[in-house]
Design a binder for this molecule. Structure first.
Ligand code: 5GP
Ligand code: ZN
Length: 141
């Protein structure tokens, strides 16, 4: 629990949330300012800021709940699919510093495009540069 965290306050029932799933470790509730009808946030009950801060199996538990909820959310609002994503860290646009997975219902005609549409241009990497990035990531684990 973090004192000034809005999502911890929802976990504790101090502020209301439209809760759609709850277990011992994970809570899911509707986004207060939704990008689409049914926009849901899946969070750990414990306060952790980013996905890399999640201990043990908590990341897997959040992934499991998001996977199970996505079809229920899609069905509830008659969506054709969903975008399931984390804004991970301030640089990625995360505004609430308590890890949350967005499940945003998507519709064939919504025109919003894929996550790729966030990025205007792509870096031009040759095979050697891609291999070197692969090396760096393997070395960093
Ligand atoms: P972020 O930009 O951090 O990935 O997303 C934060 C999300 O939390 C936003 O979509 C925002 O609408 C939602 N949000 C912020 N404050 C509240 C709140 O008090 N209650 C609920 N249910 N959602 C909130
Ligand atoms: Zn919190």
């Amino acid at each position: 629990m973090s004192d000034d965290c809005i999502f911890c306050a929802i976990v504790d029932g101090e502020i209301p949330g439209e809760i759609v799933y709850e277990d011992e470790d994970v809570l899911a509730f509707l986004d207060a300012n939704p990008l689409a009808r049914g926009h849901t946030l899946v969070i750990p009950k414990a306060h952790h800021e980013t996905v890399s801060d999640l201990p043990g199996d908590l990341g897997a538990a959040i992934g499991r709940v998001a996977s199970d909820l996505a079809p229920a959310i899609e069905s509830a609002v008659d969506a054709d699919g969903s975008t399931v994503a984390f804004n991970n860290g301030e640089a990625a646009g995360q505004e609430v510093p308590h890890v949350h997975c967005h499940v945003v219902p998507r519709f064939e005609s919504d025109g919003h495009g894929p996550i790729h549409a966030l990025f205007g241009s792509r870096p031009d990497l040759d095979d050697e540069e891609i291999a070197s990035v692969g090396d760096a990531i393997r070395d960093a684990q």
